[in-house]
Write a protein of this length. Structure first.
Length: 394
């Protein structure tokens, strides 16, 4: 249950699993080269890794010269491998020892640029020991060095939970999370034109106000603003209003855990609490005992709960978590991600998108008329939610 959570915390500190699960092929960055130079730029990666069980290394990235995602492989010969490709801009790349798209402990995230790079990987854990040639990677490495101690503390706490220390309060992790966030904010301010800033900002749409996001956007140079990262950031501004108190709740119709069609409109006349969670989300599942108490207390007075799980591609784990945590007493649906035949993720029916949910856990309270009256993000929203429900039903 907790292994995937541990990995995700260390790869990125605050994000829904689906945002990392599939390669972010569409995310690239600004050009580093002048208009007078050729649009096609090649990159070369000379790599080394010592592994006994795998004979290949896989590299996945978005090539803006080809205008598509690329997955390449290289044989490991005497501990050496080599990649060659083309891109005009720096790009996030994923190095794996398997071909699957899952981002896990066998995944390394690097920043490639149209130049020659050298990388040395270690196994157990699988990570970058040394990389040279990429300016963006050097910037990102400098940030991660500052985060090292805080991440180690987070890992120690998660390990304690994995070892059965279920009585520890997950709220003790919040100061460390806040420290990690502050390091990122400092990086954004000191590196406004860096590709790493553009990449990291994708994870902060729900942590920063619209005004702050606009400030970061206009601090970028024109090339970065016109890149996919800048364009995506600008497109987020109107979406920040989605799922906020005071607006009608978007309706959806999804197949439930018990094979029923569940929708917001089917519960008119009752209060609805949407609980966005996932089987791998430790804070979400640690929150269930308290949520069960609230459900038992207020269900008879008109409260329905609909769990919306980020488990479209791990449905067995979803069902097992519902059974193990004894939360089958309320309704459960999946968020609605789909993968097309090209391996691309279709979010058009994603409930998380409709409510602009990028952080787990998130709870959204809807009144009898279908109006959103409360939004509670992370573990810090539990007390406010309890007070709100008490004011309604008591």
């Amino acid at each position: 249950m907790y292994k995937q959570l541990n990995i995700l915390f260390l790869i990125r500190d605050f994000v829904t699993e689906s945002f990392l699960r599939f390669f972010l092929f569409a995310l690239c960055t600004y050009p580093l080269f002048g208009k007078g130079q050729s649009l096609t730029k090649e990159f070369y990666i000379n790599g080394s890794v010592i592994t006994e069980n795998q004979d290949k290394v896989y590299l996945s990235y978005y090539s803006n010269t080809l205008q598509k995602g690329v997955t390449d492989s290289s044989k490991i010969i005497d501990g050496q491998f080599f990649f060659k490709g083309s891109t005009t801009d720096p790009a996030v790349a994923f190095v794996k020892l398997t071909r699957d798209r899952i981002v896990d402990d066998k995944t390394v995230i690097i920043f490639i640029e149209p130049t020659e790079m050298n990388i040395k990987l270690t196994t157990n854990p699988f990570e970058v020991f040394l990389m040279s040639g990429s300016k963006t990677q050097l910037e990102y490495d400098s940030l991660n060095k500052k985060k090292k101690l805080l991440r180690e503390k987070c890992k120690q706490i998660i390990t304690a939970f994995e070892n059965g220390d279920e009585n520890r309060d997950v709220k003790i992790m919040e100061p460390y999370y806040e420290g990690l966030r502050q390091l990122d904010y400092n990086f954004f301010a000191s590196h406004p034109h860096s590709f790493a800033t553009g990449y990291l900002l994708q994870f902060y749409y729900k942590h920063l106000s619209a005004d702050t996001l606009r400030k970061y956007y206009y601090n970028m140079d024109s090339a970065l603003r016109s890149s996919i990262y800048g364009t995506r950031l600008k497109e987020v501004f109107p979406k920040l209003k989605l799922g906020l108190a005071g607006i009608p709740a978007p309706d959806f119709a999804s197949m439930s855990y018990t094979n029923e069609i569940i929708s917001i409109s089917s519960f008119q006349g009752r209060y609805i609490l949407l609980d966005f969670w996932a089987d791998w989300c430790l804070p979400c599942r640690k929150n269930f005992p308290g949520l069960i108490k609230l459900y038992n207390k207020y269900h008879g007075k008109g409260l329905e709960i609909i769990g919306v799980a980020d488990n479209d591609f791990k449905q067995e784990q979803w069902k097992k978590a519902i059974e193990k945590d004894k939360v089958g007493i309320w309704h459960h649906v999946l968020r609605g991600l789909q993968e097309n035949e090209l391996g691309e993720i279709d979010k058009s029916k994603s409930i998380n998108e409709q409510y602009n949910v990028n952080l787990l856990p998130t709870k959204i309270l809807i009144d009898k008329s279908g109006l959103i009256i409360g939004r509670y993000e992370g573990i810090e929203g539990d007390e406010a939610l309890e007070k709100k429900l008490k004011s309604i039903f008591e």
